[in-house]
Design a protein around this ligand. Structure first.
Ligand SMILES: [Ca+2]
Ligand SMILES: [Ca+2]
Length: 81
């Protein structure tokens, strides 16, 4: 009986480890300045994990194509700061 419980415990442990390793979507080193498109209004502030990424994308485009700076003070996504 204890063997089964130990096996279940190990199985749960593996599942937790795999579940946390599989999530790379929040990589803070994402190069937004290089990958952010300026063709059309594609992003909102919610799409950037950190403010620096929003700033990088904002600066990358010659004008505020994504409408990230709603109050036109030159600073995008104040809520992320
Ligand atoms: Ca937008
Ligand atoms: Ca602003």
């Amino acid at each position: 009986m204890t063997k089964i419980i130990r096996l279940l415990f190990l199985l749960c442990l593996f599942l937790i480890i795999f579940a946390s390793c599989g999530d790379d979507s929040d990589d803070p080193t994402t190069d937004w300045a290089g990958s952010c498109t300026c063709e059309s209004n594609t992003y909102n502030c919610d799409d950037f994990p950190i403010w620096a990424d929003a700033q990088a994308c904002f600066k990358n485009c010659s004008y505020d194509v994504h409408d990230l700076d709603h109050d036109d003070d030159g600073i995008p996504c104040e809520d992320l700061r």
